[in-house]
Design a protein around this ligand. Structure first.
Ligand SMILES: NC(=O)C1=CN([C@@H]2O[C@H](COP(=O)(O)OP(=O)(O)OC[C@H]3O[C@@H](n4cnc5c(N)ncnc54)[C@H](O)[C@@H]3O)[C@@H](O)[C@H]2O)[C@@H](O)CC1
Ligand SMILES: [K+]
Length: 507
């Protein structure tokens, strides 16, 4: 699913109208017809449509017409200066009038008290309110009669379905411009709006569906922003095709540097996750004093300790992917080991946890490793790496991750609700995962999965996107029956879920 901004919508509209000669009224009618499919007409009969005078309002007027044509009871309220009404909205308003569908008009300059009372009563007597006051054209603080109407709707509503965006939200930034409709469902056009990704907007957007307005796929592709929400089809497609045609017999040889005294669990989880994700050969490199404990637990993997220099050198040279950092300790030794492995290796390297902590103020050591480093920080680690505050990163996480990836020529997987994966150019948002998974060891498990997928020969960026998706997908399935989901439970499910995905890694 594509992510887009107000600008993306505007640009597409212009291209369609000017270059491809698709009249806007045609796209609006497509939008209307695709929106009404989601208005639960089999459940409800009484609708109220509240429209503005922009094209979002036009969508609403057309929706009212289509609802009426299907025998529904519809009341329409239009708010705004009538001299500003867009041509397509005017056309739809004229059709409504010709059909004798009554429209109450709230002019911003007029005295509206009686109509506001009427609106309140109509809302109470209806099943569903369709919100078409503002769409992607909202550009300033919502005031006056618009504010009054939104407050009345939020206070008196039964169900509210917002068209394109809940009125009051900046579709690009997610900023609430003073007041905003609290939608139960948002039926958005062409793009999942970038603003919806801001955590604070979740209480306004409700369930989001994205519908098409009939713009040919190749046009959208040409003008999209390279920002997407990962779909299950993307995951299936990527993992399957890579293995089917390119790496069928190559399961990869991976090395994981992890664990230290008191942190053997991290090393175990990362290695076991790589094994269960289908790697052919997994070797864990750890401190000598935890090697025996881990060897006894990781029966299908091998272990090495830091004293075995020649063996480690050979592992680094021959690995198809290296995972580094879980439970190693935030200290000078870890930094030295990181530099050593970075210098000696040529394969993709995934750095997490203490591997990231020691990179603070040393990020330049990644510069010489062009295009083969993946970092997987959570917000705190990202804050230490970038020097930016956690609250700033939270507010601007897409741009912070993108800029950091671009500056350092790396792939960044920024963990959190709706994890981000970006190489600075393309960005994917991971829609899977849940709060039942918020416990120790999850990051180690993800590191093992990413290392394994890359080691098996998947394209690096796609491997990270797929690993994040499957990791969260398993968590989502388990959380339906478990209050908390831990890393070991995820690991145990990897083979069966991969099978369910029809992923051919183990063929
Ligand atoms: N390609 C697409 O995705 C399509 C989008 N359509 C619809 O078109 C919408 C965009 O239409 P518009 O660009 O006309 O924008 P809007 O319909 O969002 O509204 C713009 C109008 O609101 C006014 N306005 C902006 N901020 C205000 C504020 N704070 N207080 C009072 N008035 C304010 C503007 O002056 C303008 O008159 C989309 O959201 C979508 O619903 C469809 O109709 C056609 C195809
Ligand atoms: K709206």
């Amino acid at each position: 699913m594509r992510i887009g901004t107000s600008m993306s919508t505007k640009r597409l509209d212009e291209v369609c109208v000017n270059e491809y000669k698709i009249p806007l009224i045609v796209m609006m009618e497509n939008a209307i017809l695709s929106a009404i499919k989601h208005l639960d007409m089999d459940l409800y009969d009484k609708y109220i449509v509240v429209s503005g005078v922009g094209n979002n309002g036009g969508d609403g007027l057309g929706i009212a017409r289509q609802l009426k044509a299907r025998g529904k009871d519809v009341k329409v309220f239009v708010v705004g200066s009538m001299e500003k009404i867009t041509p397509c909205s005017k056309t739809n308003l004229d059709i409504l009038k010709a059909m004798n569908i009554s429209c109450r008009t709230l002019d911003i300059k007029g005295e509206n008290i009686n109509i506001l009372e009427e609106l309140k009563t109509s809302i109470k007597n209806s099943d569903v309110l369709v919100d078409c006051i503002f769409g992607t054209g909202l550009e300033r603080e919502v005031k006056g009669v618009f504010k009054d109407i939104i407050n009345i709707i939020n206070t008196n509503k039964n169900l509210v379905y917002s068209i394109d965006v809940p009125s009051g939200i900046n579709a690009t930034t997610g900023e609430i411009l003073g007041v905003c409709i609290k939608a139960d469902k948002t039926i958005s056009f062409e793009f999942y709006k970038r603003g919806f990704l801001k955590y604070e907007t979740k209480e306004y957007i409700g369930d989001v569906v994205v519908e098409h307005v009939g713009i040919p796929e190749h046009i959208i592709k040409k003008y999209d922003d390279n920002e997407y929400i990962t779909s299950i089809d993307f995951v299936k497609g990527n993992i399957k095709s890579k293995n089917k045609f390119s790496f069928k017999n190559n399961f990869g040889k991976v090395t994981i540097f992890a664990g230290s005294k008191g942190f053997s669990g991290a090393a175990f989880i990362a290695s076991e996750a790589a094994i269960k994700s289908g790697s052919g050969l997994v070797t864990l490199v750890c401190d000598e004093d935890i090697q025996d404990i881990i060897s006894s637990k990781v029966s299908e993997g091998m272990t090495a300790n830091y004293k075995e220099e020649n063996r480690i050198n050979k592992l680094i040279e021959t690995s198809s992917a290296i995972g580094f950092g879980c439970g190693m300790g935030d200290n000078k030794l870890t930094l030295e080991r990181l530099e050593y492995v970075l210098n000696k290796s040529n394969c993709p390297m995934i750095i997490d946890a203490d591997g990231l902590n020691v990179l603070k103020n040393n990020i330049n050591i990644l510069k010489k490793c062009e295009n083969r480093i993946i970092i997987t920080p959570h917000l705190g680690e990202m804050s230490r790496l970038t020097g930016k505050s956690i609250s700033y990163i939270k507010e601007n996480r897409l741009d912070v991750a993108k800029e950091f990836a671009k500056e350092n020529n790396i792939i960044v997987l920024l963990k959190g609700y709706e994890t981000i994966i970006t190489d600075g150019n393309i960005l994917y948002i991971n829609p899977t995962g849940n709060s039942a998974m918020a416990n120790g060891g999850m990051g180690d498990c993800l590191l093992g999965m990413i290392t394994s997928f890359i080691g098996q020969g998947l394209e690096i960026f796609n491997a990270v996107v797929c690993a994040a998706y499957i990791h969260g997908y398993i968590g989502d399935i388990l959380s339906k029956k478990l209050y908390t989901v831990n890393a070991t439970q995820i690991i145990n499910e990897i083979p069966s879920i991969m099978n369910e995905f029809d992923i051919e890694i183990n063929l």
